[in-house]
Design a protein around this ligand. Structure first.
Ligand code: C2O
Ligand code: CU
Length: 458
């Protein structure tokens, strides 16, 4: 009798374990969502409220043309793009084209408020090389909240060069965007933006990772070479990105387009707003996870790749690409210094000043090249990471702490991570447009707390 009871107990226990595992891997995980493409001469982006259902709970969100995130806008160099932005939210917002070279009046920064219920119609001609860029709100003091709620999307530029490269380029087939974001779930499995004092300084760090708005999604792929365009779409988390089997992959592009030389590495660090494009070969069937570690925090499995037995297409990984650095002239070009400083729990300054929309921090001349030195200064407790993002341009990194930049910083950039004590020198070329543009820390809690300034191109 007793033996049968024990046996029954074990059978039930095993059944419970199997049931649990089954429901986790079957019902709860979804296939990787791939944002729809938005193409053509006239594009419409609707800012709207929505909800996002995760296995743990349903959150209130905001998105573009949908519940969460937005479509991937894809254009070609030279295109005239006409975008109608409709704000159906109950509050004001803006849409900034991060990394794009566009006229100041269409930049979508804090000066181009799209009031609740109104529309905004930027029209601009694309004049830059192939790149993985993105768009997101940029309202004074509200950027962090709006992005956190889900308002962000990708903006791809292609050109003759990228279209003729022999690399994976079929959207959603062998070329996938991976928008990595951390979100902080509460006890009810929902996320919402309610930063406390500490979150402003340390960043609103999450306890789960979403990929394209899904929790631990999976992607079934044939054997072959794949291209992933990775963006850190989080508010303030620095990520280390790698595969569970520590495999090497090839980085081919950074923020503003292709690198001069591709880089083979097993992991990279990516700060908020930065992008990397990678090529990965999946040669054997099985399961591999993408790991996302929050710098100084937890390590997460962010998604699964299920490699099937079927044979797909393999591509050789190109070794070098066409890249033109910003040409600068060390003694002749104007030099500027930017001291980024944490002065208190919620006081962040650049050159001692907090953002003031009524103050132009400096002016420069159109068609000029400048050399900027960015320093993260601070002491003891106030020694925390920042980043530096400039609107209007893709810049070249000249040096990091007196040395040549590493290979990942050798291509076109619009955002750089500036760790405590770092000193980064960049060269920027301002052409075509006049008007007001922003520069700021892309840790959104810092940006909203004043770590931003504006320059006028005359
Ligand atoms: Cu991605 Cu000023 O922003
Ligand atoms: Cu910062």
């Amino acid at each position: 009798m007793k033996k049968i009871a024990i046996l029954l107990y074990f059978m039930i226990a095993i059944a419970v374990v199997l049931w649990g595992a089954g429901s986790q891997d079957g019902a709860e995980h979804s296939a990787l969502p791939v944002p729809p493409l938005l193409e053509g001469e006239k594009l419409t982006l609707v800012m709207q409220e929505g909800t996002l259902a995760l296995p743990m709970g349903t959150s209130k969100t905001m998105g573009f043309n949908g519940n969460y995130l937005g479509p991937t806008i894809r254009v070609s160099n030279g295109d005239l793009v006409d975008i109608e932005v409709q704000n159906t939210l109950k509050e004001d917002s803006t849409v900034h084209w991060h990394g794009l070279h566009v006229p100041a009046e269409y930049d979508g920064g804090p000066h181009q408020v799209v009031e609740a219920g109104s529309t905004w119609n930027p029209v601009f001609q694309i004049d830059q090389k192939a790149a993985t860029l993105w768009y997101h709100p940029h309202l004074m003091g509200k950027t962090a909240e709006h992005v956190y709620n889900g308002m962000a999307g990708l903006f791809y530029i292609e050109d003759d060069y990228s279209k003729n490269l022999s690399i994976p380029k079929e959207y959603g087939v062998d070329d996938f965007p991976l928008v990595l974001q951390d979100r902080r779930l509460d006890r009810n499995g929902k996320f919402s933006y309610k930063p406390g004092m500490r979150d402003v300084m340390a960043g609103y760090i999450g306890n789960i990772i979403l990929v394209n708005g899904a929790y631990e999604p999976y992607l079934d792929l044939k054997k072959g070479t794949y291209r992933f365009r990775v963006i850190n779409g989080s508010n303030s988390s620095i990520f280390r990105v790698r595969f569970s089997d520590e495999r090497k992959f090839t980085v081919i592009a950074s923020d503003g387009g292709f690198l001069p030389e591709s880089v083979e590495i097993p992991e990279f660090i990516i700060s908020p707003g930065e992008r990397y494009e990678i090529l990965v070969d999946f040669t054997t069937p099985g399961n591999i996870s993408l790991m996302t570690d929050i710098y100084g925090g937890d390590s997460f499995k962010s998604m699964d790749f299920n490699i099937l037995k079927e044979e797909g297409k393999f591509y050789p990984h190109p070794g070098s690409f066409n890249y033109t650095p910003v040409v600068y002239n060390e003694p002749a070009n104007i030099k500027r210094n930017f001291r980024m400083e944490t002065r208190g729990m919620s006081r962040f300054t650049i050159n001692g000043k907090s953002m003031d929309i009524n103050r132009i921090d400096f002016s420069l001349e159109k068609n000029s090249t400048e050399i900027w030195t960015i320093e993260n200064v601070g002491m003891g407790m106030m020694n925390i990471a920042h980043s530096f993002h400039v609107h209007d341009v893709q810049f070249s990194v000249i040096s990091v702490n007196g040395r040549e930049p590493g290979p990942l910083y050798s291509g076109p950039k619009d955002t750089v991570l500036v760790m405590p004590g770092d000193k980064i020198v960049i060269a920027l070329r301002f052409k075509d447009y006049t008007g007001i543009y922003m520069y700021h820390c892309h840790f959104l809690e810092h940006e909203d707390s004043g770590m931003m300034g504006q320059f006028l191109i005359e």
